[in-house]
Design a protein around this ligand. Structure first.
Ligand code: PRP
Length: 193
C-alpha cells in the first residue's frame, strides 16, 4: 500500500486540499488519459466479445478509472468492487493483506477483470489473484491497471492490460490519493519529493 502524507495547499487549483506535499508536475493530462482509457476499452471489447465480464474495481483508488473504462467498453458488463487492508511498512505493501469488503456478485463461472489504479510492489494484485482463484470459481481472471510501476516490483505478477508505465514519483489524481486527498484531480500529477 502506498504511503499517505499530511495536510497542505494544492498549488495549481484555487481550493485548499489536505496534504502537506505540493504538486511538482503534471505527468498525464486529462486528454491523454481519456484517449488511453478509450483505447483500453476498445481492446477489452474485442477480447471479451461474446462474454459478459465482471469488472471488479479495487477500492478506493480504482473508482474513477473503472467508471471511465466500463463506459469505453461497448458491451454488457457487470460491475462489482472489493476492498483490502494492508498492515506493516508505511511505504509499500507489507504482504499482510486482509479482505475488508468482499465482492457481492456470484462469480462462479464468470470472466473477472480486476481493475486497479496502480500496481506498485505488486503485493496487492498477487493477493487478489490468489483470492479470486481460490475463494471463487471464476472461468477466468485478468488484470488491468491504469499505471504500472514495474521498477518497484517486489513480487512477480502478471498484468494483462496496462494504461501507462511510470517509473518514478508519488502520483496523485484520477483516483490516486495523498492522505485521501487529490483523488478528484482530472489529471495525474507527481508530488514534490
Ligand atoms: C494502492 C493501489 C493498489 C495498491 C498497490 O492502494 O490502489 O491497491 O496500493 O500497491 P502494491 O502494488 O504495492 O500492493 P492504497 O492502499 O493506496 O489504497 P487506495 O486504493 O484506497 O488508495
Amino acid at each position: 500500500m502506498r504511503f499517505s502524507r499530511g495536510w497542505g495547499l494544492h498549488p495549481c487549483h484555487s481550493f485548499l486540499l489536505r496534504c502537506n506535499v505540493k504538486i511538482k508536475e503534471t505527468l498525464l493530462q486529462q486528454q491523454e488519459i481519456t484517449e488511453r482509457v478509450n483505447s483500453l476499452g476498445q481492446q477489452l471489447t474485442k477480447d471479451y466479445a461474446g462474454k459478459k465480464p465482471v469488472v471488479i474495481g479495487i477500492l478506493n483508488g480504482a473508482f474513477i478509472f473503472l467508471a471511465d473504462l466500463v463506459r469505453a467498453m461497448d458491451m454488457a458488463v457487470e460491475v462489482d468492487f472489493i476492498r483490502v487492508a494492508s498492515y506493516g511498512q508505511a511505504t509499500e505493501s507489507s504482504g499482510t493483506i486482509t479482505l475488508s469488503k468482499a465482492p457481492e456478485r456470484d462469480l462462479n463461472g464468470k470472466d473477472i477483470l480486476l481493475v486497479e489504479d496502480i500496481v506498485d510492489s505488486g503485493t496487492t494484485m498477487v493477493w487478489l489473484q490468489k483470492y479470486f482463484t481460490t475463494e471463487h470459481q471464476p472461468s477466468s481472471v485478468k488484470t488491468c491497471t491504469l499505471i504500472n510501476k514495474s521498477q518497484r516490483r517486489a513480487v512477480d505478477v502478471n498484468i494483462d492490460y496496462i494504461g501507462f508505465e511510470i517509473e518514478k514519483g508519488f502520483l496523485v489524481g484520477y483516483g490516486l490519493d495523498c492522505a485521501e486527498t487529490y483523488r478528484n484531480l482530472p489529471e495525474i500529477c507527481a508530488l514534490e519529493e
